[in-house]
Design a protein around this ligand. Sequence first.
Ligand code: PXL
Length: 282
Amino acid sequence: MRLLPLTPDGRTPVRALTIAGTDSGGGAGIQADSRTMALLGVHACVAVAAVTVQNSVGVSGFHEIPPEVVADQVRVVVSDIGIGAAKTGMLASTAIIEAVAGVCRELGIGRDGHIPLVVDPVAASMHGDPLLHAEALDALRHILIPCATLVTPNLDEVRLLTGIEVVDDRTAHKAAEALHGLGPRWAIVKGGHLRSSAFSTDLLYDGDTFVELSAPRIETGNDHGGGDTLAAATACALAHGYTVPEAVEFGKEWTRRCLAASYDLGAGHGPVSPLWRLHSHD
Ligand code: PXL
């Protein structure tokens, strides 16, 4: 795949910021985001929103960072280091979502600002363990998603956010319209979890045009961190000035390769892995 230039000025890499939760098992969340950013040659800045207690089998609990501490991490990074894009992942609570949306508006991060924002509306782990308080869905829907340059829910999150069960092409289009109706610049409905075809087809929509992106499906039970990886790689491409459809196409190919390189870990689900980049140059 064509990769991103490492250092546009020959010295300092492009920077991206992830605002998300940590994963003690190292598979998803901030660990997945930072790994993908690093292996794409992007300097990863992190604002920790929550600390999860988890391994490959599940999430046994999480601890929330005070909302003003989350916002302050974003503020100090943007004012000093500067970022080309940001992404959000697990934000846990209404108060954290409000703080993140507030600081993004303040700093020009998001659809109406100069810094693109990818919102991955994380609600639960792949084991079904909650990563978001149920009452915080409304804040995601009405406060954060309207600020997004791109929102990237998985199919469970699409159902929670819009009430639409995506089972085929028609319901995918309906869901993309409903998601876009929440106010982001672009919405994507990811087909990776629709098992009915040999292809994983994603549908992007900006209120005007539908863009379909299709790639051969990679079958693996080790897909922990797959959504985070797609959103992080897409944010890296946006930080390099790609358009949203170009950035998603890039993120999708990166994630496909990371799915192909996923590995067993512990007794549960292993992670997708960007480590293939260490021994491949194509
Ligand atoms: O993959 C979604 C996700 C995001 N963030 C954290 C997670 C998970 C899934 O388990 O643990 C911290």
